[in-house]
Design a protein around this ligand. Structure first.
Ligand code: AMP
Length: 118
């Protein structure tokens, strides 16, 4: 069983934000911003590529609610899902990062020149 399945099953402890029957939100162990929460489906999907559209819709509603719980829905935040090798995905269980609590820089892409990739 993968590490995020174990977190959703409470076999590994996490700092829970909220959950419902399908999804689980918990604080990232290595936060990159004042607020950095991960949202996962309780069922295992390897990445965004694999989740059925109907469940993804429910996940969107759940994430909107998590942003409200965190008090960042009005100040703004960023949703990120890294997908596969080029996307920089490290954990092979679909997750969205909810990052906020401060003005975010555009990071990698702000100063990247597309020509750098070729
Ligand atoms: P990604 O690169 O998109 O796959 O991101 C994986 C994220 O999972 C990273 O931000 C890690 O800090 C986070 N992470 C890994 N293990 C744990 C854990 N046990 N509890 C909370 N966050 C974790």
């Amino acid at each position: 069983m993968c590490i995020f399945c174990k977190i959703a099953n409470r076999e590994i402890p996490s700092n829970l934000v909220q959950e419902d029957e399908n999804f689980f939100a918990f604080h990232d162990i290595n936060p990159k911003a004042p607020v950095h929460v991960l949202v996962i489906p309780k069922a295992h999907y390897g990445s965004f590529n694999d989740i059925p559209g109907e469940l993804m819709g429910k996940m969107g509603t759940f994430m909107q609610d998590v942003a409200k719980t965190l008090g960042i829905d009005q100040s703004g935040y960023r949703l990120i899902s890294n997908i596969g090798e080029n996307g920089g995905q490290e954990v092979g269980h679909l997750h969205f990062h909810i990052v906020g609590g401060a003005k975010l820089h555009w990071g990698h892409f702000a100063d990247a020149d597309p020509k750098d990739f070729f």
